[in-house]
Design a protein around this ligand. Structure first.
Ligand code: GLA
Length: 397
């Protein structure tokens, strides 16, 4: 071997070693200080943020990033707000795509505004009118944080708490939060447990459990923002949506339900047959769209708590990624990022521009504690609250 050949050989070897080191780096993810999860080499982990960016202390508790996997799907969750940080699934060409909006470090979550990216919201997800409700003859006053109303549990809610996390295996993470009697104005010590499971065939299952020591109300949901073309990849107005709901709960100008369950027939709210989000979103004659600044409404699901009946289906126009929603919950808040304004930095150098993501928050109807005609959200001591939602991903070519 002459000297030039030797140098060439050496540089190729160095390049290969560097490449191997990089690959190795991207197939290992540290899920906590003590645990290291090795990931399947068929899964591209480079879309998952670095775990070390989530190692911090907040309210005296340690925050971390946990990476769950099963086959070709990966989900990253932080115990800060029990938030989904990333959901990586293959697109129609088999390319790994991160469909969940999120930040690449925990500081952006702790300092960020009230976006609720990926969070578990509680004790009461969605709005309670004027931050007041009556239970067993006693009036409770909640923290108000959305004009005159209480939204998503109040000032801090569950989305700004550090949850206790236990990774049960490669694909399952269990998070627990104990909300004290009187926290944000709610009665009863409430223990909530949320379990994220990445199932086979690209399904993410979220199980919720809760128990209380005093009569209380609760409405737990996940507030993940999805863009099925990949987070930060532009408008979601061309996503195709089906919502299995003949009725919805119209709202007043502060987004509190009027109490009526109204038909979607003949309105821009009719997604019983698939149409794009953008098709009727600018229907200026529709007062409900004005109040919501677009879609920000609760649908009364025809599936009525039957988890085997599809509640909704969304398709990304570019990626071909399809997300089906199944739930035990009676309602679904469809929100299309009307308050996204580009002021938050997302993963991979992206921004949260206007309507570049949508949410499908499976839940009880907003303001149920003040609405006698809505299904009850009360929980009593001795009762076990249990709920499940599945987001199932596939592709359409
Ligand atoms: C919910 C609400 C919206 C908005 C978002 C967060 O989905 O219904 O009005 O507050 O949360 O920005």
């Amino acid at each position: 071997m002459n000297i030039t050949k030797k140098i060439n050989y050496l540089s190729v070897t160095i390049a290969l070693l560097a490449f191997a080191a990089c690959q190795n780096n991207s197939t290992m993810s540290t899920t906590s200080d003590s645990t290291t999860t090795e990931t399947d080499s068929s899964v591209n982990t480079s879309l998952i943020p670095l775990s070390k960016n989530f190692h911090s202390t907040f309210d005296g508790k340690q925050t971390n990033l946990y990476v769950l996997k099963n086959g070709n799907m990966q989900v990253a969750v932080t115990n800060y707000g029990a938030r989904i940080v990333s959901i990586v699934v293959p697109d129609k060409n088999g390319n790994p795509t991160d469909v969940a909006v999120g930040h690449d470090n925990v500081d952006d979550y702790t300092k960020g505004g009230d976006t609720y990216f990926g969070a578990i919201v509680g004790r009461y997800g969605n709005r309670i009118a004027k931050g007041k409700f009556k239970l067993d003859g006693t009036e409770y006053t909640l923290a108000t944080n959305n004009g005159q109303n209480s939204l998503h549990g109040g000032k801090k809610g569950f989305s700004r708490q550090v949850w206790d996390a236990q990774q049960l295996n490669d694909s399952t993470l269990q998070l627990t939060y104990v909300s004290k009697d009187g926290e944000e104005g709610y009665p009863g010590n409430l223990t909530s447990k949320v379990t994220y499971t990445v199932m086979s065939n690209n399904k993410l299952k979220i199980d919720y459990e809760a128990s209380t020591d005093k009569n209380t109300v609760l409405n737990l949901t996940n507030h993940c923002y999805f863009n099925l073309n990949g987070q930060g990849s532009g408008t979601i107005l061309n996503h195709n949506v089906m919502i299995n709901a003949d009725r919805y709960t119209p709202v007043d100008s502060t987004l509190i339900p009027t109490g009526k369950l109204e038909t979607v027939k003949g309105t821009p709210f009719d997604f019983t047959t698939p149409k794009t989000i953008g098709e009727r979103v600018n229907d200026t004659a529709n007062q409900q769209l004005k109040f919501g600044h677009g879609y920000d409404h609760n649908y009364v699901l025809n599936s009525k708590g039957n988890i085997n009946e599809k509640a909704a289906e969304v398709t990304g126009d570019q990626s071909g990624i399809v997300m089906d929603v199944y739930t035990l919950q009676p309602g679904l808040q469809f929100y299309i990022g009307n308050f996204m304004d580009g002021s938050h930095a997302l993963k991979q150098g992206k921004k949260d521009d206007f309507r570049t993501a949508f949410c499908m928050e499976t839940q009880h109807y907003p303001d149920s504690p003040n609405q006698p005609n809505f299904p009850s959200t009360e929980l009593k001591p001795g009762q076990q609250y249990q709920s499940t939602t599945i987001y199932a991903f596939s592709v359409k070519k």
